[in-house]
Design a protein around this ligand. Structure first.
Ligand code: GL2
Length: 835
């Protein structure tokens, strides 16, 4: 390909290709140039925001050079690429990550200090990129980091929301949502004005016969919305690979407003079309593990799938390979069912536009996709009403009916004696209105389906996809236990711990091969190492204590046991169990003698997380936590023994401060409900212990770090059904200490009892679906064991260090290698030295 450009021109280009900065001086030259010219600011009005911008732009320039080379190399070698389709990418801040992955942070620290700035202040200027709700979106971000770090040719595809997840304010103890407009300055994206795709909605389908007498379907009419590409470079750690995350923004197809209307004076309606089009990518739906079947959401999904598929097919067609090569060149991973529309869309492109026959096309489609399931919660499983589908995407509905027909005929041939199975596995649910079951379509259209932790992957095979295991055999279903990137969640969030580990392991190789952590076990009895490990934890707690003081005005003692539960607020995650436990502790303290109080380890109970705006019960939990905090934190009888904190607006950059500062964190979902959980991994790798149920990845964490190093409690997944049944029909008595907690709430100890009656009644009168009462005694008992264990600081430290040493399995690098091997069948493309 190089030969297509004459040698003299190539030489000139090479001569003028910018050289990346290496020294602090060279960095400053770049940063100052950007501040002066790109920002048009001078020394006299360079505030921290401008210094952030200059730093980010200097690093961006470096990234872009490697990005260009990586993309070129991937195109030239033309090997199989992975496309990771996710409606959420919860990236957090990019600057620190870019500096660490490129490896020039020290240079920038020196340079900025010469200019009179502190790196920490500069880093904190950046707005989080919060294009996700929780674990699912953050997993996608960790996967991008790992795919680049391992040199896999991989692209992410998502939506460029103008508003990310809302910002949470706590006002008078209640959650208040504030819009998150994050794009006023975003140096990390490149608008590709030349890369656009027209996406069609509504209209109708006509059938014709072509010249050869073949039936063809044509989707006509309706409206067109334009998708514009915005590209974000994703740097690998310790490699020059820089992958691409492509986010689509929506615009009116003409790109202009209606001149006719404008000229006749209808100014407002002249821009209405444009605004309607832009609404598609305007806002992230703020629900975690909940689907509400809104038309705009389906529009978002199709818009993004259609644009991405068009782009992928366009790239493939440039290679001029035959269609049968498509699955050898392209692997598409569906992050949950949100991108399932990509399946009928590819089938549509192949038959309606490329003229393949149905079977040929379907064989390509069903070899291309892999589907990751992230939940078994019924309220999270996507279904779309058939009438809505018919209206918005008439051609796709026909294709889905045809996929379903072929599938059901196949099932009927293989299971002729089973009468009910067809009804159970049909993509179309025979309800009123009929519904399209997206998870079934995803299973049928993919060659592999995976869950995200062992228990979860087993559960999907025995519950929601049981019939499909029978139909396809068990090999179609597999497990890839989730992981986290150690670059962000250890090295970036906890630089001192990372440095300590590096000093013992002879360098930072563990950040690329996390299993090397096991060598730390040799230092578990090393006095100096232990001392420093402990000091680092304390310093991280001091930092969090300062943050709490600065933001909430509450003083907490950094020597107290920090007990943390930060995650989305959801009944299944059981923050209510935690706060009831806190009230139980408060009542116990109130009844203690001074001698007993002396023996008790002081605690700080820290909560954080957002509730979906329409999730009233979750908001009630937030309110209760804040009310309890108000009473407990001001009770003289309690003093330092117990503090209750609600951290506002939990997000990725706050998690980076919180995770390194915990002694205990809580992962206490009703067994069988949390598919994996990933913050459990983030806390343990930072030297915190956990209290948890036998759920999700807690089970594998226990297996890796050892039963002695984790505080497990509660009923098992296999008992849940029977317990629920016993609440409905059985002889069930409320645990007396939980009854005492309810009495204190109902007597108004924490403000108006009526505010919390639904929370209490859900347990007492309405079946306690999440089994809070069943696990309460065992939870409190385990909290007492934690108090006791914490008194023995030496043993505690041994547990913490041992756990860190055994966390090697939970790197997202391991996940990505497993996906590549079992699902994608792709190889890395290691950059050559001179690139
Ligand atoms: C989730 C699960 O609830 C969570 O347990 C899991 O760790 C992540 C990533 O696999 O996926 N599923 C889901 O719908 N959301 C999650 O966070 N929102």
């Amino acid at each position: 390909v190089e030969a297509s450009i004459p040698e003299p021109q190539r030489a000139a280009w090479k001569k003028f290709t910018p050289k990346p900065f290496e020294t602090a001086e060279e960095f400053n030259a770049e940063a100052v140039r950007h501040i002066e010219t790109t920002l048009a600011r001078s020394m006299y009005n360079c505030d921290e925001g401008a210094a952030y911008a200059g730093t980010a732009l200097a690093f961006r320039d470096r990234l872009v050079l490697d990005w260009n080379k990586t993309q070129q190399a991937q195109t030239f070698t033309d090997q199989k690429r992975v496309y990771y389709l996710s409606l959420e990418f919860l990236m957090g801040r990019a600057l620190d990550n870019a500096m660490l992955n490129i490896g020039k942070k020290d240079v920038a620290v020196k340079g900025l200090s010469d200019l009179g700035f502190r790196m920490e202040d500069i880093i904190s200027q950046e707005h989080d990129a919060a294009l996700g709700n929780g674990g699912l979106g953050r997993l996608a971000a960790c996967f991008l980091d790992s795919m680049a770090s391992l040199n896999y040719p991989a692209w992410g595809y998502g939506l460029r929301y103008r508003y990310g997840i809302f910002k949470q304010e706590i006002i008078d103890g209640y959650q208040v949502e504030v819009p998150d407009y994050w794009l006023d300055f975003n140096p990390w994206e490149f608008a590709r004005h030349d890369i656009t795709v027209d996406v069609q909605f509504y209209g109708h389908v006509s059938k014709y016969q072509d010249d050869d007498g073949k039936n063809v379907s044509v989707w006509e009419g309706g409206e067109i919305v334009q998708a514009c590409a915005y590209d974000v470079p994703i740097a690998g750690y310790g490699t020059s690979t820089v992958n691409n995350l492509r986010l689509w923004g929506s615009k009116a197809a003409s790109g202009e407003f209606d001149f006719q209307k404008f000229n006749s004076g209808e100014y407002e309606s002249s821009v209405a079309d444009q605004q309607r089009a832009e609404t598609i990518s305007a806002v992230l739906y703020p629900n975690d593990n909940l689907e509400r079947g809104k038309e705009l959401r389906l529009k978002q999904q199709y818009f993004w799938c259609a644009a991405s598929l068009f782009d992928i097919v366009r790239r493939f067609k440039k290679t001029q390979r035959p269609w049968k090569d498509f699955p050898n060149q392209v692997a598409i991973q569906l992050n949950d069912t949100h991108p399932t529309m990509a399946i009928p869309e590819l089938q549509r492109i192949l038959i309606d536009q490329e003229g393949l026959d149905w079977d040929e096309a379907w064989s390509i489609v069903s070899k291309t996709f892999g589907y990751t399931n992230h939940t078994v919660l019924p309220e999270a499983l996507e279904k779309w009403s058939v009438p809505l589908f018919q209206h918005l995407l008439p051609r796709h509905l026909q294709i889905i009916y045809d996929i379903n027909l072929n599938f059901l005929q196949f099932v009927e041939r293989n299971f002729p004696k089973e009468r009910d199975i067809l009804n159970r596995v049909s993509i179309i649910e025979e309800s009123n209105p009929k519904m399209v079951r997206m998870a079934y379509l995803a299973v049928i259209g993919s060659h592999k389906v995976n869950g995200v932790a062992e228990l979860h992957s087993d559960l999907i095979k025995t519950t929601i996809f049981k019939d499909f295991v029978k139909i396809y055999g068990p090999d179609k279903f597999t497990n890839v236990t989730n992981g986290i990137t150690p670059r962000r969640w250890l090295h970036q969030a906890n630089p001192r711990l990372s440095e300590l580990i590096a000093s013992k392991l002879g360098g930072y190789d563990f950040l690329k091969d996390l299993t090397l952590l096991h060598k730390l076990e040799a230092y578990v009895d090393d006095k100096d190492f232990r001392k420093e490990f402990q000091e680092i934890k304390y310093a991280n707690k001091v930092r969090l204590a300062k943050y709490i003081k600065d933001t909430l005005g509450v003083s907490v003692n950094p020597s107290a046991l920090f007990d943390v539960q930060v995650k989305r607020i959801h009944e299944y995650k059981r923050q209510q169990l935690n706060i009831f436990g806190v009230i139980h502790r408060y009542l116990a303290i109130k009844a203690m003698s001074p001698e007993e109080k002396k023996k008790l380890a002081p605690r700080v109970s820290i909560f954080g997380g957002k509730a979906a705006p329409g999730y009233w019960m979750a908001k009630t939990v937030i309110h209760l936590v804040n009310q309890v905090g108000k009473v407990v934190n001001n009770d003289k009888d309690v003093g330092d023994l117990l503090k209750v904190i609600y951290l506002e607006d939990y997000n990725v950059s706050k998690a980076e401060i919180i995770c390194p500062a915990s002694d205990i964190s809580e992962h206490i979902s009703t067994a069988g409900t949390e598919a994996s959980g990933t913050s459990n991994m983030k806390f343990v790798i930072n030297g915190g212990l956990i209290i948890g149920t036998c759920d999700g990845a807690n089970i594998e964490i226990t297996r890796e770090i050892g039963e002695n190093n984790i505080f497990l409690f509660g009923n098992l997944a296999e008992d849940v059904e029977e317990l629920r049944h016993s609440h409905m029909y059985g002889t069930y008595t409320l645990d007396p200490s939980l009854a005492a907690v309810f009495d204190s709430i109902q007597s108004g100890t924490f403000g108006d009892a009526g505010s919390f009656s639904a929370l209490v009644n859900g347990i007492v009168d309405h079946g306690d679906y999440y089994l809070v009462s069943d696990d309460f005694a065992s939870y409190c008992k385990t909290q007492e064991l934690i108090d006791e264990a914490y008194r023995n600081q030496d043993e505690w430290l041994t547990k913490a260090i041992t756990s860190v040493a055994r966390m090697g399995f939970f790197s997202s690098d391991r996940c990505i290698d497993e996906y590549a091997e079992m699902i994608w069948n792709t190889e890395p493309l290691v950059p050559s030295k001179d690139e």
